[in-house]
Design a protein around this ligand. Sequence first.
Ligand code: HEM
Length: 471
Amino acid sequence: MGVFSLFSLCNAFACALLSLWLFNPSALAKWLRGLDVDHAKKRIARIKDVKALAERHEVAAVLAEMIHKDGAGSWPPRANHHHPTWPVALQQYKEVYLELASLLPQATASLDDQVNIARIAEFRFRFRELLHERVNLNDVQQLLKAADAGRWDIFPRDMYNAFYCCIASSRHAYRWATIPVVQVAQLETEVKLPVELTEPWAYLQRHFGCVSESGNNTSNLVLNFDTEGRHIYKINTGMSPRILSGEEAFARIFHEVEVLGVPVYHDMVLAIIAFARNEKAACARHVASITSQLRLVLGSYFDNMHDQQIPLSVWLSHVQGFYGWGIGHYDEASDDWVKFDGLSGNQVLLFQALDAFLGIEQYLSPRDQERNVPARQRALCKALARHSFRKMLSETPKDENEARIVNDFNEIIKRLRTFRYAHRSRAKRYLSQPAPERLPMTAGKSLLAPSIDQSLQFLDEFMVKRISQTV
Ligand code: HEM
């Protein structure tokens, strides 16, 4: 087909869509939903295939286990947020969060420490009182013990996932007690959380294999969507639509990256299996499929992380701070102070898996992985790294298929570098916004240097180093 006929075909298609939108918007919505349904069906088929491959290869087995145990049989992990279906003991937690949610944010934070101290104390007092009045901790413990004993008939995994998100969100709400996050809260070194939020957390973190006192990218962002894609635990209830939609658009990127990540994980497994069996043509097809899927995955970042979707003026004060942590406790065993950082994009599974598949060393230190990345996600990355075959390919390929594999690996690296370059400049723009109520901080690295310029310089070094490692 010539370029012009292709062009007119595209034009005709665009015109058809436009007229559908103008004259029959509900038909267009139906058509778009159809695409979603189609994508969901393909994702289910991919997940089914991973399960079927579990017997054939270690990487498939590890991925299948992650999907089964952490994902409640699906990926991104399924979360049953419909709390009327939860046992009464658990329902109370969500009710309390929803009841307090509108007291958390304010349009503009006070710059007066005394005002902020009083506001924080009041919020924490109400939170403690409500939890104490409503939660029957003994019943909650029985449920968590049942899950520990593998009684998923009593505490189904999708409910367990939603409860993980509920407790993680509640802990962050208690920790900061007001949004925008303010300096007096940033300078706290220890916050005594109510027992209703510490006891379940110990069970949940043991189950997911994370040791941090803070939530992580999975608990607070990926799991914060129900099976219909609705955003659940909001932190800016009652604020302007601009703030609310910015908050949601930010969270949605992390969920969407995992939705679009499923075909990538599946193709990684298939490429590894094919390479191990010396089936180079099949291997080349799967690596090429990863290259093309990557456009969609990174598109979710590129299309959303900008001022129109997540306003620059909103993100730093109204979104980011809540995901920080920056407090800890004295540890008798080591006679040392242990401090935990909060969430960061650096905990996103997709990027860690890509690095492992490509044979690039992990970005996070082993300590930070153990603190913030669920154990079964870590296991997947370790398995992908063990079976990474890129280093076995020579730059002067032996045949056409090997040449295609090498080319596609180079293309993946190129796209990842493009993401990292773009991320370096976009992140800087978001972090440079004025926020007079607080000190320089990222959620993932806690308090930074006193001046914003020094802080940005410090962060830039991580990003520049990562770009240079992406080869
Ligand atoms: C306004 C929002 C964001 C800001 C300001 C930001 C900022 C940063 C900063 C400063 C770093 C380097 C320091 C560190 O590791 O903590 C980083 C790392 C990282 N971020 Fe973000 N980030 C944002 C959103 C995102 C999103 C939406 C994603 C992907 C879905 C993401 C993915 C990553 C990854 C994967 C890393 C690790 C380095 C790498 O693999 O390139 N970030 N981010």
